[in-house]
Every structure is written in C-alpha cells, then in structure tokens.
Design a protein around this ligand. Structure first.
Ligand SMILES: *Cc1c(COP(=O)(O)O)cnc(C)c1O
Length: 411
C-alpha cells in the first residue's frame, strides 16, 4: 500500500527523484556503490556552503563566524569549512592538527576544552593559536611553556558564566561546571595574566548547546556581552576578542521547528553597538558546530534482515550505535526519541503500521529507529538517518564488537 507521507523538515534538504534520495546530485544507491561499503556518513558540501551563506545573510557583517571542529572533524570537511568561516575552534591536539592542515591561519584558531594536556598546550603555543584557558593550572602551564619556547602565547580566558542558556539540550555553563573559570574568579586571574608576558586576547563565554529558542539565545548572548564588558573593566588589558559561543540548535524530533535567525541577527546589531562603545578593539565571534554541519549529513546503513517478532517488524541493518551513538538515543537522551529516518530508495511510500531499525551489536540499546512509520523495506535497501552531519563518528564508540568503522564521504 502506498500513500504520501509528510517529510520531516530535516529531510527537505535532500531532493527525491522518483523514489530515491539524492545526495550532492547522486542517487543514494549509486553513492553506496561509489563508497564501496555500508555503513557510511555522507556530507553535502553544497548544503554546507548554503547554510553558512544563509546564516551570514542574517547576521550583522561585524560578527565573526567560527566553526567548532569537534562537531565534525573529518579533515576534508574541515578544509571545506575553513574556506567559508572566519575561524576554527578545536578541542584536542588532533583537531588542532586538522585545523592547521586545512590551511586556517593560526591567528584564527582557538583551542578550548577542559583537561588540555601539557603536550597539547605546547603544540598550541608553538603553533601560535589562541589558547582558551579553562583553569589556573592551564594558565600556569601555558606561562611555563611560553617561557621555554620564548614566545608570548596568545591566551583567552574561558569564563563559566553565572547564568546558563535556557532550554538548551546541553548546558555548558552556569552553576558548578568543569568548563571554564568561574566568573567570580576571573578578576584575580586577569591580574595574574597582566603580570605575565602573555598575549591576552579576551574572553570565551559558552553557555549551552542545541537550543531551538531564539529568545533564550538572545538572552544568553546579551548576558555574555554584558559579562565580557564587566570583566574587561577588572584588568588593565585590551580585549581583542569576545567569543560568545553559539548554542544554535537544529530540529531532530517531530514537532521541532528550525530556528529563526532574523531576530538573533537583529539583537546582535544592538550588542555590536554596545561592545563597540565599551571595548572598541574587541571583535565579536560566534562559535557554531552543529548548526553549520548537522543538517548537511546523513548516515546510511543497509538492511541485512527483515524479521517479524510477535507482530512487530524489525529491520536489522549493518550499522548502529557504534557509529552513531546520538541517533541510538544513548548520548544524553532521557526518553528515547527517533531521529528522522527513512528508506532512502523508497522515499515516497510508507507501509501501514511501524517498523524498528536495529543494529548488529547484540544489545537492546543498538536501535536507530523505534516503531516508526517507514516504507516496506527489503533486504539490501538503504536506511538513512538524517541530521547526521554533527556529532556522528566523533561522538560514537567506534570499534564496538570489532565492527569496522563507517567511512565518510564529502560530496
Ligand atoms: C561543543 C562546543 C561548541 C559547539 O557547540 P554546538 O552546539 O555544536 O554548536 C562551541 N564551543 C565550545 C567551546 C564547545 O565546547
């Protein structure tokens, strides 16, 4: 039986020709042949470019746009993004190498993340990137490394603000947190920085992730700029950069709507004016991961078996939570919800009832879709998980049961 099913907003990015999903102008089954094995992640470079362009069109020109590499550190993708954004933020020595290899100028790379090792800090100082200091220990280590290498390291203080991004999927600031330096400790550390021969850049304030509420994002951005201005008044140092993080979410689950950027852009106009009046040398930067890349990628796995167990249909596929932990619901979801999933070579039909998509890992946690309306899939069909361009392989326990890693292609 066939009828037309309303497509999740998330799927509208990829055209369907006949019954078949197209990625970068290539029909999905042909792409699977080209990649050579399933499962794989595919990212669409045209969609990446379109997302950055659409965002820039709605943000004031004075706001710098940085890409947070940890959302998707595939080297070819980082290289592509490096040509589109104003800066890259990295969170490990490995990501730092990727960012430098991509040709991004060191002056436009920042290195954040709690628990940077001395070796990684030395790599960052030697490369000349801005180290976002997350603790007093990191400050002392960077000062020692600077002396040893005979350079004045570029540093910023990552502030754990005294507020959080409301209604965000992940709270990264406010209250007691392992990220950043508590705002109330910052004045003391600023005095220490001023007494050292370090090249102070400014502040990094990151209050949360995955928010679909523009008003909450505007509030967090406003408070971040206010906090940056207040902290700058505490030290005789010039603030050259105020990085107010991101937090822009993408819709994953039924009923979620895309974020409306226009009001955020309008509010940023006002914040830029306030910043220019208080700290004329400071550049305002946004740092986004998921929002820039999440919707441009899909995960593809092949149906190995179709089983009916006590009336319920199970499509057993060759991929699962070891490649895509977030889609399995095991990366911080309290109540498991389905990512948008479809049968990529049967896009227009849906069978009555529901089916579950499960992986090969011998654990009931290995689920990619649970009791979802799907087309009647056969063995060999290609299951597609949308919204998979961010926090896919880099946030998954690859190597589970010795299964091979998913390949990645940029189309
Ligand atoms: C993870 C992270 C980001 C990116 O967050 P998204 O939700 O992917 O936009 C930005 N900055 C820092 C410091 C991060 O840790």
């Amino acid at each position: 039986m066939t009828d037309t099913k309303p497509r999740h907003a998330a799927q509208s990015q990829f055209p369907v020709v006949g019954d078949v999903l197209q990625i970068g102008g290539i029909a999905l089954p042909m792409l699977a042949e080209r990649v050579g094995h399933t499962p794989f992640f595919a990212y669409d470079r045209a969609l990446l470019g379109a997302r950055v362009a659409a965002l820039r069109a709605q943000l004031p020109a004075g706001v710098a746009l940085h890409y947070s590499v940890k959302a998707n550190p595939m080297p070819a993708l980082v290289q592509h993004m490096a040509g589109l954004v104003d800066g890259l933020d990295v969170a490990s020595g490995g990501e730092l190498k990727t960012a430098l290899d991509a040709g991004m100028a060191a002056a436009r790379i920042s290195f954040a993340g709690p628990g940077k090792g001395d070796g990684e800090l030395a790599q960052g100082v030697a490369a000349g990137v801005c180290i976002n200091l997350e603790s007093e220990r990191e400050l002392a280590a960077v000062a020692r490394i600077s002396e040893r290498l005979g350079v004045a390291a570029r540093v910023a203080l990552r502030v754990n603000p005294d507020f959080e991004l409301k209604s965000s999927g992940m709270k990264m600031g406010g209250g007691a947190k392992p990220f950043g330096i508590d705002a109330e400790e910052v004045p003391r550390l600023l005095r220490e920085v001023a007494a050292m021969s370090l090249d102070f850049q400014g502040f990094h304030i990151f209050s949360g992730s995955q928010s679909l509420r523009g008003d909450a994002i505007i509030e967090a951005q406003t408070r971040s700029v206010e906090l940056g201005i207040r902290l700058a008044g505490e030290a005789p140092l010039t603030v050259r950069q105020l990085n107010i993080g991101g937090g822009f979410g993408i819709p994953y689950f039924p009923g979620e709507q895309r974020l409306d950027i226009a009001p955020i852009g309008a509010a940023l106009e006002g914040l830029l004016a306030r910043l220019a009046a208080a700290l004329p040398q400071a550049r305002l930067a946004l740092e986004l991961g998921r929002y820039l890349v999440g919707e441009a990628g899909i995960y593809v796995a092949r149906v190995l078996d179709r089983k009916v167990s006590r009336g319920e249909v199970f499509l057993v596929v060759d991929g699962g939570m070891h490649h895509h932990l977030a889609a399995s619901g095991n990366l911080g979801q309290i109540i498991r919800k389905n990512y948008p999933v479809a049968v990529g070579n049967r896009m227009t039909a849906v069978e009555p009832g529901t089916a579950s998509v499960t992986g090969p890992l011998c654990t009931p946690l290995d689920v990619l879709a649970e009791r979802m309306p799907l087309a009647h899939a056969q063995i060999g069909d290609l299951i597609v998980v949308f919204q998979s361009g961010a926090y896919g392989p880099s946030a998954s326990p690859s190597g589970f049961l010795g299964h091979p890693a998913a390949l990645e292609v940029l189309i």
